[in-house]
Design a protein around this ligand. Structure first.
Ligand SMILES: Cc1ncc(COP(=O)(O)O)c(C=O)c1O
Length: 368
């Protein structure tokens, strides 16, 4: 089976963990500080605050901006659930804007339609590693005095007009095992604002500026040095692995270019880092997925049920119509693009997609 993801953990990571264990500092010590410094440099921001996950990074980002009950947070329903749940964690209300079906990212026009006097923030997701329309979204934030949170959990080292994502607003990244780089579990917040840095550092560790002095209501969202040491080792490879993902995506686009499928559009000046390579198949997506799996090619549907239609949100009374989001959920399919694929793997993936589409076409044309 050609898998969808393969965490690349080698001797370097193993040695780094052992060194961290022997350092005498197991949580939020020197390895965490080094990881933060390294990530701040990559993202070209003055401050980076490591957390226990991408989810806690998002939660903490909203908290540090003072978002809470009575506030509305506009986001996309075509994402992992944490992109919206972070608003719920702080007692705010997620409001869903539809996506642009071409980029699969939040549609700035629909953001504008969803703004009310209660809107405080936009959580813009760079889905699958593809930068959202940051030029238009930052304009909207400026005009309406809104906080921009970038959910860059899938978009390490992606850029927009030469600037790294996570540096346009308050950035949140994940280091979950399947991400472009991993720390096992982990997250990080990036910011240019010293006050957000201060509040995030307080919030992730029980509001303590010094031991047993609690200035704010905080949490235990700390990263361990074991995780940070894995993360630091991985960051040394980020650029090479990203270049390989981009190259693999270009090969797949070339090999699949003549088929009746849609590729994810990339905005001018954006660098997509291909956390996922996702196509849209207008007819027979589920049969194509079954065929691929039966023929040894991993594939996944991210995401089969949009957030506004999840049981949790239905129970809360969400009954909004998001036509592009719903269409994307019916049509998307992600296929392998990770850096450890060989050229032969890529050819097999492309050939099997071609065969799957032909098979589905032939079987749907048969009289029932
Ligand atoms: C878009 C998006 N947001 C948030 C998260 C949450 O990150 P984590 O799994 O590290 O909590 C993820 C990760 O799965 C994600 O893909």
């Amino acid at each position: 089976m050609i898998p969808m993801a393969r965490p690349m953990i080698g001797d370097e990571e193993c040695a780094a963990v052992v060194a961290a264990m022997r350092s005498g500092q197991l949580a939020q010590g020197r390895a965490v500080a080094a990881f933060e410094e390294q990530f701040a440099a990559i993202t070209q921001v003055p401050y980076a605050i490591a957390t226990s996950s991408g989810t806690t990074a998002l939660h903490l980002a909203l908290l540090t901006h003072g978002i809470g009950p009575g506030d509305e947070v506009i986001t996309t329903a075509f994402s992992f659930i944490a992109s919206a749940n972070c608003a719920l964690y702080v007692g705010a209300t997620p409001v869903f804007a539809d996506i642009d079906l071409a980029t699969l990212n939040i549609d700035p026009q629909d953001i504008e339609r969803k703004i009310t006097e209660r809107t405080r923030a936009i959580v813009a997701v760079h889905l699958y590693g593809n930068p959202a329309a940051l030029d238009r979204i930052t304009d909207i934030c400026r005009q309406h005095d809104l906080v921009l949170i970038e959910d860059a959990c899938q978009a390490h080292a992606a850029t927009f007009q030469g600037q790294t994502v996570g540096s346009f607003g308050t950035g949140c990244f994940s280091f979950y095992p399947t991400k472009n780089v991993t720390s096992g579990e982990g997250g990080i917040i990036t910011t240019a604002d010293p006050e957000i840095d201060r509040l995030a550092r307080l919030g992730r560790s029980h509001g303590m500026p010094q031991r047993y002095l609690h200035e704010t209501l905080g949490y235990n969202f700390r990263m361990t040095d074991l995780h940070a040491s894995i993360g630091s080792t991985q960051l040394n490879h980020l650029e090479a692995w990203t270049a390989r993902r981009v190259r693999n995506a270009n090969v797949l686009r070339e090999l699949l270019g003549d088929l009746p499928i849609a590729f994810q559009a990339v905005l001018p000046g954006a660098r997509h880092v291909y956390h996922q390579f996702t196509i849209r198949i207008p007819r027979g997506r589920d049969q194509v997925a079954e065929f691929l799996k039966a023929h040894g090619v991993g594939c996944e549907i991210y995401y089969p049920l949009p957030i506004h239609q999840q049981p949790l949100y239905r129970r809360m009374g969400y009954d909004v119509s998001l036509p592009a989001t719903e269409q994307a959920a019916r049509e998307v399919l992600s296929i392998p693009v990770h850096p450890s694929l060989s050229d032969e793997d890529l050819f097999i993936v492309a050939r099997t997609v071609r065969e799957a589409l032909a098979h589905v076409e032939a079987t749907t044309l048969l009289p029932s």
